[in-house]
Design a protein around this ligand. Sequence first.
Ligand SMILES: Nc1ncnc2c1ncn2[C@@H]1O[C@H](COP(=O)(O)OP(=O)(O)O)[C@@H](O)[C@H]1O
Ligand SMILES: [Mg+2]
Length: 279
Amino acid sequence: MSQVSQAAISSPETSVDPYVIEARSISVFYGSYMAVKDVSLQIPRNQITAFIGPSGCGKSTVLRVFNRMNDLVAAARVEGEIIYRGENLYSPNVDPVEVRRRIGMVFQKPNPFPKSIYDNVAYGPRLLGIKKKSELDDIVERSLKGAALWDEVKNDLKKSGLALSGGQQQRLCIARTISVEPDVILMDEPCSALDPIATQRIEELMHELTERYTIIIVTHNMQQALRVSDYTAFFNIRKAGEGKEETRWGELVEFGETQQVFTQPTQHETADYISGRFG
Ligand SMILES: Nc1ncnc2c1ncn2[C@@H]1O[C@H](COP(=O)(O)OP(=O)(O)O)[C@@H](O)[C@H]1O
Ligand SMILES: [Mg+2]
């Protein structure tokens, strides 16, 4: 990575741009199949943006573009640009590992490492070269507090992360993500494996996290999008041709403030979707 791009990617303090990430005409292919076509949008800083739309419309695909997770999917190819801190994340001189530190991800199914609670959270900082115990202790405490888990686990830090409840495991994964001080947290249906009470805790936590981070959440639950998000992007499936010739791909239909999208959508398709007529 060049000096310029290293600085651009790794210094959070210097930027005052109201948008943290901008997608410019993104299309994503799996082999020859175009899954998503020509998506452009700007993600507002320190806000929660929800991606909604029917299954298969490309929400997860677009989310993964934002931290180069699709690099790990064989045959996936991205066209267009993702601008983050003035630089295209897909430039050849950008290090995808550094991108994933700045833009962290929380998955549908909580996936703690089979390690202690402490070691789960200290994992990323250790990879970054932090060795001093007092420093790691501080990071672990701060991250667990940030993820609203500290009080429940502070006397059990040696216990396996896998011994926690599902909701606690998901908060542990959030603590693990924030331990390396990201800018953005991507969440792909983070509550779909959780009960309503654990879901409510994560939703409350998301609000707290926006003080320091920008969040993008994929959710198939429109009530959740309405409850938690400031902005909503509605994606839908487009079709062309018939029978064997039929092709399908996802497109961004509407993007705006959540209240506006849900109460005064500008597109008929959005109105139909949010009123439950399809999807
Ligand atoms: N790894 C993959 N390989 C091939 N096709 C994929 C892959 N992941 C997703 N797709 C396809 O891309 C389209 C969008 O999928 P996805 O982004 O998972 O949608 P959503 O998250 O909105 O349900 C779907 O047609 C899906 O089958
Ligand atoms: Mg998905």
